[in-house]
Write a protein that binds this ligand. Structure first.
Ligand code: G3P
Length: 226
């Protein structure tokens, strides 16, 4: 499973990228608003993220009609070669995804919750689909079970584009709230988990790692002083 960072914060992206394991970034309008982003700066900001990350960067459309989504998607895709256009999983989004995919523009269908939504995203030519785990949990449903169902259903069919193995649809486990969500997403076979920076940090933490390191360093001091 690959790790994407779910943020629009350049400092977080730069730091996570420096760790050497970051495969991409996902953003959304809420994440851009959270960093105080302004409309006029949005394309340049996405460009800056694209320069920091060696991998796909999802930038979300905010139009709700297919023509508008397509136009916005084309403009976003023109920012950098690694831009992926994020489109909501709905009728207008599906139609726009087909048009964008036909033009060779990669689409990440977001706000996906169900198996039929994911199958339709795949059939519309989406390169990625993003089932939201945490938001299901928020509404007292088991988000991981829904994620599992989506992974199983997509794996029942061959969505590989014209025999190009690395161009089949990939599942991005999104709305990830904990390291346990990451563990379970990997065990369920999600291709990617997109995680907030605080969760990425938590993924590297374990009390036995901390206490083990302390013990090794203490013992090495004894070696130094022997
Ligand atoms: O990128 C979309 C998704 O990860 C949002 O997560 O925590 O707002 O449900 P959250």
């Amino acid at each position: 499973m690959k790790f994407f960072l779910d943020t629009a914060d350049l400092n977080e992206i730069e730091e996570a990228a420096s760790w050497g394991a970051l495969a991409g970034v996902t953003t959304n309008p809420t994440l851009y608003a959270r960093i105080g982003g302004r409309l006029a700066d949005f394309p340049a900001h996405i460009g800056r993220i694209c320069a920091l990350v060696d991998g796909p960067v999802s930038a979300e459309t905010v139009e709700t009609r297919r023509d508008g989504i397509v136009e916005e998607g084309r403009a976003l895709a023109a920012i950098a070669p690694n831009v992926v256009v994020k489109v909501p999983t709905m009728v207008e989004g599906l139609a726009a995804t087909r048009t964008l995919a036909n033009e060779g523009i990669r689409v990440n269908m977001t706000l996906c919750f169900t198996v039929p939504q994911a199958l339709l995203a795949a059939r519309s030519g989406a390169r990625y689909v993003s089932p939201f785990v945490g938001r299901f949990d928020d509404s007292s449903e088991d988000g991981l079970e829904h994620l599992s169902n989506i992974v199983i259903a997509l794996n029942n069919y061959d969505f590989t584009k014209a025999g190009v193995a690395d161009e089949s649809i990939e599942v991005i486990a999104a709305s990830i709230r904990s390291a346990n969500h990451v563990t379970q997403a990997a065990l369920l076979g999600a291709d990617i988990a997109t995680v907030p920076f605080n969760v990425l940090k938590k993924c590297l933490e374990h009390p036995l790692t901390t206490s083990g390191l302390t013990s090794f360093l203490n013992d090495w001091e004894k070696v130094r002083n022997a």
